[in-house]
Design a protein around this ligand. Structure first.
Ligand SMILES: NC(=O)C1=CN([C@@H]2O[C@H](COP(=O)(O)OP(=O)(O)OC[C@H]3O[C@@H](n4cnc5c(N)ncnc54)[C@H](O)[C@@H]3O)[C@@H](O)[C@H]2O)C=CC1
Ligand SMILES: O=C(CO)COP(=O)(O)O
Length: 309
């Protein structure tokens, strides 16, 4: 029997929330999905819940936390955050926000190269559960692992979360690269230079360097930057074809977190004096200040430098 038949509540009825719920159901767990549209009483649902998985987009994190704070959440309930974004007002990550709101609860970050549509088809995938409370991460590993979903442990929740968040900006850049048909050399150069940019920011914000070379860092960068299933990649690709951002968003299914993340990241980079050349060009492109072609030109004409400095 799986960990004494734990009860799981997934908050967020988007494609990622539904996918995580299905993974848990495959292990015969009791799973309920709650979203702001279901109209059900969240208090009643969480009363006997062992694990809450938050799979809302970043704009839903603070409202969800505020709602849960009004309810009687048991301090032993494990909270899992699966959101990949930065909160625009505080510039904080979901891990920080959940930790601040529920300091007594075990908190786990779930992140990895996880395109929901592939997982729903039963294709093999791997992910990471990261926590300072190892027991909680081990429990999540057991609850979600299956023959087509392999879950790894990590003790660096911030690095795990930031890898998944920061790569969304690079996925927009990668979509532009493919949309402009810049070729394989350009794509390899972009992704390889994206990683140190992610590490520069991610370590400054508290993640461990090693984590960014793992599934939630490099792994998710490769998945998202190479797949038309990624909404962030689609945004870049469509911009490269000449559509405006409002036109792209009108047709997009679900949330492209990289748009908000780019804006927040630029503020963090300015405040902390971080060199983020790719993010900077993505930001100007998303603001409509430059064309995709100018973004490429600006990246190529920067001062020459050493590869590692
Ligand atoms: N789709 C994917 O393949 C993956 C997505 N993620 C991350 O998971 C998060 C959710 O992604 P998706 O399910 O794809 O997005 P989605 O756009 O399909 O769903 C977003 C969910 O957030 C909820 N939400 C939005 N604003 C809210 C608010 N103000 N208050 C309460 N709830 C609110 C919506 O009701 C919906 O349930 C994102 O941060 C995404 O980056 C992570 C891994 C894979
Ligand atoms: O995070 C993801 C895959 O790991 C999903 O990417 P998108 O949000 O760009 O669709």
């Amino acid at each position: 029997m799986l960990e004494n038949a734990k009860k799981i509540t997934v908050i967020g009825g988007g494609i990622w929330g539904q996918t995580l719920a299905n993974l848990a159901r495959r292990n015969y767990l009791t799973v309920r999905v709650w979203s702001r549209h279901t109209g059900e009483d969240l208090g009643a649902i969480i009363a006997d819940t062992d694990v809450i998985i938050s799979a809302v987009s970043i704009k839903g994190v603070v409202p969800t936390i505020e709602q849960l704070q009004q309810l009687q959440l048991n301090s032993s309930t494990i909270i899992v955050t699966a959101t990949k974004g930065l909160e625009p007002i505080t510039t904080r990550t979901p891990f920080h926000l959940w930790n601040q709101a529920f300091p007594a609860n075990p908190l786990v970050v779930l992140s990895g190269p996880n395109l929901a549509k592939e997982i729903n088809q039963g294709l093999p995938a791997a992910t990471v559960v990261a926590s300072y409370q190892q027991k909680a991460a081990i429990l999540l590993q057991k609850l979600l692992s299956g023959e087509s979903f392999r879950v790894y442990l990590n003790s660096d929740p911030l690095g795990t979360e930031l890898g998944g968040t920061l790569k969304n900006v690079m996925a927009i850049a990668s979509g532009v690269c493919d949309g402009l048909q810049l070729g394989t050399n350009a794509k390899s150069a972009l992704l390889t230079r994206a990683l140190p940019e992610i590490i520069r920011v991610g370590t400054c914000l508290g993640g461990c360097q090693e984590t960014f070379f793992g599934l939630s860092g490099l792994g998710d960068l490769l998945a998202t930057c190479n797949s038309p299933l990624s909404r962030n990649y689609q945004v870049g690709y469509q911009l490269a074809l000449g559509l405006s951002l409002p036109e792209v968003l009108a047709k997009l299914e679900g949330t492209a977190e990289g748009i908000n993340t780019t804006e927040v990241l630029m503020r963090i980079a300015q405040e902390k004096n971080l060199y983020v050349p790719i993010t900077c060009q993505v930001d100007r492109l998303l603001r409509g200040e430059i064309s995709p072609q100018v973004a490429v030109y600006e990246l190529m004409r920067r001062d020459l430098k050493a590869e590692f400095d």
